[in-house]
Design a protein around this ligand. Structure first.
Ligand SMILES: [Zn+2]
Length: 164
């Protein structure tokens, strides 16, 4: 019979799940890949209907990690382009022309829609991590491990209540 001790007490946990590793070592974390890329590229281009545009696009190898940075760069590029004599430069996102205020609004909405780590709230990209006591997803093994330890603590607390 396996016992998992923490803080000096001995609590049988093996009927909740097979306890084959000491508490605190989250051997159960696993990684998987997200299909979506959450990177953005920002490019100047001449659009057939809109003329001079700064195009913000979701791209796997984009240079900008967040929609906020993408919009900041787009606004900077727009300024530079206009300073060099081009009268009207628009921002193009998802086939829509946006003014600077709308572009900032787009960044907010886009950010809200991105999946984030349940531990540290970082935007999830590339690989995500989870553990066997949760269906939530995390940015790293560290964040998944921390959550695993918390979940184990919660299970221990529930066990203690059962024994009262
Ligand atoms: Zn995280």
């Amino acid at each position: 019979m396996a016992y998992a001790g923490g803080r000096g007490e001995c609590i049988p946990l093996n009927h909740l799940f097979q306890m084959d590793t000491p508490i605190g070592i989250a051997r159960s974390t696993r990684a998987r890949s997200t299909n979506e890329a959450h990177m953005y590229s920002v490019n100047r281009l001449t659009h057939q209907s809109y003329g001079s545009v700064i195009h913000i696009e979701r791209a796997e190898n984009g240079s900008q990690a967040t929609p906020f940075r993408a919009v900041q760069l787009a606004l900077k590029e727009r300024r530079l382009w206009m300073e060099s004599g081009t009268k009207k430069v628009r921002i193009l996102v998802d086939s829509q022309v946006l003014n600077p205020k709308q572009a900032e609004h787009w960044a907010n909405e886009e950010y809200k829609s991105l999946p984030k780590c349940e531990g540290c709230a970082k935007i999830l990209d590339g690989s995500i991590h989870t553990h066997r006591l949760s269906t939530r997803v995390f940015c790293s093994e560290d964040c998944a491990d921390r959550d695993y330890v918390e979940e184990v603590e919660k299970l221990k607390d529930e066990e203690e209540i059962d024994y009262l």
